[in-house]
Design a protein around this ligand. Sequence first.
Ligand code: AVJ
Ligand code: FE
Length: 454
Amino acid sequence: MNQDEAALTGEALTAEELRERIAAELLSARDRTTLLTTAVDEGDLIRQHSPLMSPLVWDLAHIANQEELWLLREVGGRTPIHPEIDPLYDAFEHPRAERPTLPILPPKEARAYGHEVRGRVLDLLEKVTFGGTRLTENGFSFGMIAQHETQHDETMLATHQLRRGGPALTAPPAPAAPADAASLPAEVFVPGGPFTMGTSTEPWALDNERPAHMVDVPPFYLDTTPVTNAAYLEFIADGGYDDPRWWTPAGWEHRQRAGLSAPLFWRWAGEWVRESFGVSNPVVRSEPVLHVSWYEADAYARWAGRRLPTEAEWEKSARHDPGSGRSRRFPWGDDDPTPELANLGQRHLTPAAAGAYPAGAAPSGARQLIGDVWEWTSSDFLPYPGFTAWPYKEYSEVFFGPEYKVLRGGAFGVSPVACRATFRNWDYPIRRQIFSGFRTARSAQARLAPAEAS
Ligand code: AVJ
Ligand code: FE
């Protein structure tokens, strides 16, 4: 265990408390899954709304199938309920594009399967012993499955956003900008020096977040908030999409081929209009920009005379406590997120205005590092030193490499159970159907030693 990493808050949970915590997380994930799959009719559950996405009914049975595999079979030692359907729900056997042609379970059967698995899992949870095996230690496999379901809830939310037709989901508006938003500095300073990146103590951290290790980060400045629509509109108005100087060669090639001229879901109608879950409205200037690819984020940063932060810079901004020198679980400390600290959990269906959630600020003053929008970093998705795949190579290991870029911090569609300052997400640099935004950074001037300076 790394001593510079925050110990978990409070006392370790008793087995009974852990059982209750797991049951609550599984129930909350299922509530959201149910809402996302009852808000539209059968046709919209079976239809493929985009070649990038699965039909919603595939996600529904895949959630149940993973729960059966990891909890009932691996932990509980039970025999498979429907072994013949396993291959249909293996994400590696069938890419998303071909899932609609598979003989997948229809909605009624998919729901019944999920219900049957869940009933048996709750029985298992009553009598399982935590510990003795790595899968049961601290309830890891249950935590992994709760996170998995909520990750698919986020995927299903992206499918809802791609779906054509009237609105199906509603939510209260996200918080407006607080009174001090207009007077916030544009950037915050993060002093140079080592910090603990990754974790060896977070019980439900996934394999790619491990292990904790020291990283020396030179001093840098980071945007106080994610880049707003207002700032992004300036990039557009300045011809940023038409100037190859701002784009990497691969980014420019993609911009040309895909005909990019604005974020996904934006439309020019005498003014820029954004479609959000079936409702069109003028782009809200104060909101963080959403649905941009890594190539667009990278081009904007170069246009602004800046760059994307590295993954280590992002995590240091979000975790390092200069007072104690230790890394925290979240920018505000070690306590779990609440609705006052971050925009998570699909409570709202948009990011909050830039500057919102002052209570969730990092020691540097940076806001909204957790929640609102996923933030692209400049970094490739690579293993940390000492990484070992756990419990299966197909979660992270098969994706490591320069073709994927890392995103950090979670978004309004992400559940708190699958969001922490060590959590790593990744995608192709062309992707923008995800809830992606970004903030920019710049290196601090290296200070010369007096002799050199004279
Ligand atoms: C971490 C979001 C990249 O959706 O591909 C879901 C999460 N892994 N089921 C994905 C995941 C297996 C994963 N991402
Ligand atoms: Fe999955």
